[in-house]
Design a protein around this ligand. Structure first.
Ligand SMILES: [Mn+2]
Length: 415
């Protein structure tokens, strides 16, 4: 059992503070300690604390103390900084850097969510089997659309709706680029991981082609830039020396995603389906067994084919649906300006990554035909929630027509 004890600072490592050229104070600091175990992956309590490096504090907060007594200043500073760390106040954090404590938090959330994915009691090999009653909210690709994600999480209110399941896919590779071409969609991925930790039986992921591309660190160009490199650049910027550790944790998290989910009423959810030329030879055993490296192989692996396929015809969909024993397949992957598309009587495509984005609340006990499903589709903008951040982001988006386009593979890949 953990014994609670106060966080202490190693006095010997503390040196005289000096003024930082940005106007604050640089304080070389090493703190170690341990606190009472707490709940939730977003909670740092229970994690050993090890802070190393330079913390930048607001100079004004300490100026009077330094002039009087340096010893007391240091003592108070350490207490205040320790407090700040314990409360996750974030006040000592530079906007563009993760503190060591936050990196630990991220790693903890990713590792816990990975285990939850792997050990889920609803999972049968690569497929999540949803229960006969309750609800599932199916989404399309999210691509770091933070306003829609906030609305979704708020509206789903999983804490007060234990019967409700949420399916998420293609969360990464959005449009939050900095001037150096780094983007930080890891944030939305980690938010989703924390959600999984908080509601392990209600939150489910589906592996998507952007996940696989990021696992390989290459493979998708957007407007002439590699989105995978931009993602990695964001990790380097935000986690510094810890970026490789975080990168490994993200890879393991993505690899823990199942390939599909299904209801007992004949609905089957996956990111996409094999394209027509691959369909007849597709290895359908991929859903019902552990996966091997060769399953992910470019073009020929069944996982690759499943999550990369586009423009399948209704006839190919019918073949797929019959093979997996489903009546209707619901996917994302193919961009939809209107938010969704009906591809024949057995395939519904959803998109959640723009201002016309949609999600689909489904009653698990009800049997739907296509018309019934389409009638239940809801736009994120109709939710009218998500707070000020969501509203601001909407305005920003509406002044700038979405540059989002269908992700392209380099060279002679499909599309
Ligand atoms: Mn996709």
């Amino acid at each position: 059992m953990h014994q609670s004890r106060p966080v202490t600072a190693e006095r010997s490592r503390l040196q005289c503070p000096s003024r930082h050229r940005g106007g604050g104070i640089l304080l070389p600091l090493h703190l170690t300690g341990e606190v009472q175990p707490g709940r939730g992956a977003g909670d740092i309590s229970g994690i050993d604390i090890a802070l190393n490096g330079w913390l930048i504090k607001d100079y004004r907060a300490y100026s009077t103390e330094t002039s009087d007594n340096r010893g007391i200043w240091l003592q108070r500073s350490v207490l205040r900084i320790t407090d700040a760390a314990l409360q996750r106040a974030g006040g000592f954090r530079r906007k563009d850097r993760m503190s060591a404590i936050e990196a630990d938090d991220v790693l903890e959330a990713l590792a816990s969510a990975t285990s939850e994915n792997q050990l889920s009691s609803l999972r049968r090999e690569q497929v999540v089997q949803l229960p006969p009653e309750g609800e599932v909210w199916m989404t399309g690709d999210l691509h770091d659309h933070r306003a829609n994600f906030s609305r979704l999480v708020n509206a789903a209110d999983l804490a007060n709706n234990p019967q409700r399941h949420l399916i998420l896919h293609e969360l990464i590779h959005g449009e939050y680029f900095d001037a150096n071409g780094a983007e930080d969609s890891w944030r939305t991925l980690v938010r989703a991981a924390v959600l999984k930790c908080d509601f392990p039986n209600q939150v489910h992921f589906l592996l998507a082609n952007h996940d696989l591309a990021q696992i390989h660190g290459e493979g998708i160009m957007k407007m002439g830039l590699s989105v995978c490199e931009a993602f990695t650049r964001g990790l380097k910027r935000d986690f510094g020396g810890q970026y490789q550790t975080v990168n490994v944790a993200i890879t393991e998290f993505l690899l823990s995603f199942p390939l599909a989910a299904r209801t007992q009423t004949g609905l089957f959810f996956c990111h996409s389906m094999p394209a027509d030329p691959q369909m007849s030879k597709f290895d359908f055993t991929v859903f019902d067994r552990p996966l091997l490296g060769e399953d992910y192989k470019r073009r020929v692996g069944p996982v690759y084919q499943l999550i990369w396929g586009r423009h399948m015809t209704p006839a190919a969909v019918e073949f797929f649906a019959d093979k997996v024993g489903a009546r209707i397949i619901i996917t994302g992957h193919q961009p939809q300006e209107a938010g969704f598309a009906v591809n024949g009587p057995r395939h519904l495509i959803l998109a959640s990554d723009h201002n016309q984005g949609v999600f689909l609340p489904i009653d698990l006990a009800e049997t739907y035909e296509m018309d019934g499903l389409v009638g239940r589709i809801r736009k994120f903008v109709s939710l009218g929630i998500g707070g000020a951040v969501a509203a601001e982001e909407d305005e920003e988006d509406s002044t700038e027509p979405s540059p989002r386009s269908s992700p392209k593979l380099p060279g002679d890949e499909e599309e």
